[in-house]
Design a protein around this ligand. Sequence first.
Ligand SMILES: Cc1ncc(COP(=O)(O)O)c(CN[C@@H]2CONC2=O)c1O
Length: 491
Amino acid sequence: TEGNKVDYPVSLFTNFIMSSKSLDYENLNENVKKCQYAVRGELYLRASELQKEGKKIIFTNVGNPHALGQKPLTFPRQVVALCQAPFLLDDPNVGLVFPADAIARAKHYLTLTSGGLGAYSDSRGLPGVRKEVAEFIERRDGYPSDPELIFLTDGASKGVMQILNAIIRNASDGILVPVPQYPLYSATISLLGGSLVPYYLEETANWGLDIVNLRQSVAKARSQGITVRAMVIINPGNPTGQCLSEANLKEIITFCYQNNVVLLGDEVYQQNIYQDERPFISARKVLMDMGPPMSKEVELVSFHTVSKGYWGECGQRGGYFEMTNISPKTVEEIYKVASISLSPNVPGQIFMGLMVNPPKPGDISYDRYVRESKGILESLRRRAQIMTDGFNSCRNVVCNFTEGAMYSFPQIRLPPKAIEAAKSAGKVPDVYYCLKLLEATGISTVPGSGFGQKEGVFHLRTTILPAEEDMPAIMDSFKKFNDEFMEQYED
Ligand SMILES: Cc1ncc(COP(=O)(O)O)c(CN[C@@H]2CONC2=O)c1O
């Protein structure tokens, strides 16, 4: 060296400049590159670009009620506000702004935490809130529930990922997923290097589950060397909105018992029911009703969230999963992995506690809570009907009624010339159609191909969340676009 100048061999720099960087795309985990999540995919990105260019966009791609104007329920926000700012509780005028039951509830939750909302909780969540969830399940199903088998999570998504992570060992492990499916499942299975085993819902049977198709899917997977380990049900369905009947659930539980498959019951839309023929019944209740051996043998994990229902508190990231007939050693392992992330977010946990244990008759806040929640649910039911009727008024569109959840999933019959045009544009037909819809009307949807669908059949998914007063105009705008599209491409 001369003085303090260090002469490095040129090869070192050459290597440095020539070799790609660790986080360059080509060096990424292949499973990361493989996974897809259409709900915030190409259409959403294009809609965001158009919004930046000043176009008015109606983001009906995500089940995100507050982003579309739904007001939060008052009581939970009062309680969590006081929990977030406990110094307000010391203000002599607090009772002038907050109702006594909200004040009392906030004080209760603060005693459950170990130092307020800023402190980590147990990795499974606050025991006091897990107890509230267990009591909710007992009231709902009529069977005891153990708080020790309930883990609170940052939204149901994280719970689903934790459980799939525990199940999937390698590419030979198959997970049965309903198609059309919510792409949290396909994306997570890809990310974890497992195999998705599709079972097709029958659109002409109101997206009913066909047990024969289920058995065929399993047989095909096994012939390919796949071990089917778990079965996902989404009830009510996303994107399809169907509600499973008690008979369906009995068939599914029997199937899981006969095939030694763990049932993953995604029940995040259990509050979102828009018809009376098939009210929500939990997989756990049906399992317990069936009695031994199944009620003792069939492994079940049930998921719930504060993001849906008439709460719509998506951003609070509150969720839980409950484990039934899962071996204690496995529960410990799942707890061990949960502890890596230290703690689910505490405000989200409190929202979960409030959702499963809302104001009761006689409470000061009860009337307002019932008025607000009933109002939201009744409006969602009306919007589901407006949207279904709007789609079915178009000659090339057929749409099953949204029995539950918060989506409409119409089938769009595309003429050959449109399919040709899509091909020339290098797009999947329903992506092409949804992009044209977006450009013409600002309505941002998700193409059916993002959820999986039968070959040669095309759909789009939209939510029933736009404000009720805007719904007729939105459906008129859709109908106008669709009629013009068909004029252009129909033979
Ligand atoms: C069936 C299903 N399970 C789980 C989740 C995740 O919920 P968390 O918010 O609790 O993680 C969603 C969210 N639905 C997405 C979000 O909005 N639109 C959708 O399709 C869902 O539809």
